[in-house]
Design a protein. Sequence first.
Length: 191
Amino acid sequence: MSHVSRLTAGSLGRLLDLLDADRDRAAIAYEKLRERAAGLLQWWGAAHPDELADETLDRVGRKLDEGASVTQSSLAAYVRGVARLVFYESRRTDRNDPLPRHDLAAPQPEEQSDVLECLDECLASLDSADRDVVLRYYDGSKVAVRQRIASDLNISMTALRIRMHRLRMRLESCVEAGLKRLGHFEHPLQA
């Protein structure tokens, strides 16, 4: 999969302005947002999380340029919603069932609140060691970070990946159960 950025200087500027008034701090915040989006996409099982994270931020920037009303406090939820759509589209494309890229509207930030609330509750239900490992593992997608986690736990990278897979499955089941209790019937991570 190859990604060609369609982000214009104007749309990038609007995104950076939303992140921070200072361009240097905005650039750092942009990179952190990109890493978080890539981590989330990887969590969901995306084949090319870095490229899909770029596509996600391109779309967010274009939506801002088109006049989308997103506040700084709701930007992370908005980005997660767009990332989810980009992920779903990539899954459909990977299955040779093409979906036009511009036919889906980005979800409103408030639509993500139930998912985020359930995820927060599920993370809180983990013991502190597991919660710390999950947050560290998915906060940065750098191999060095993951190697450090494995070293801290005195386990191999393979054992760390297996542990993270099991924790991820527990969290996904917990989020799904929470959403069902709230009246949602479709798992948010399934295409």
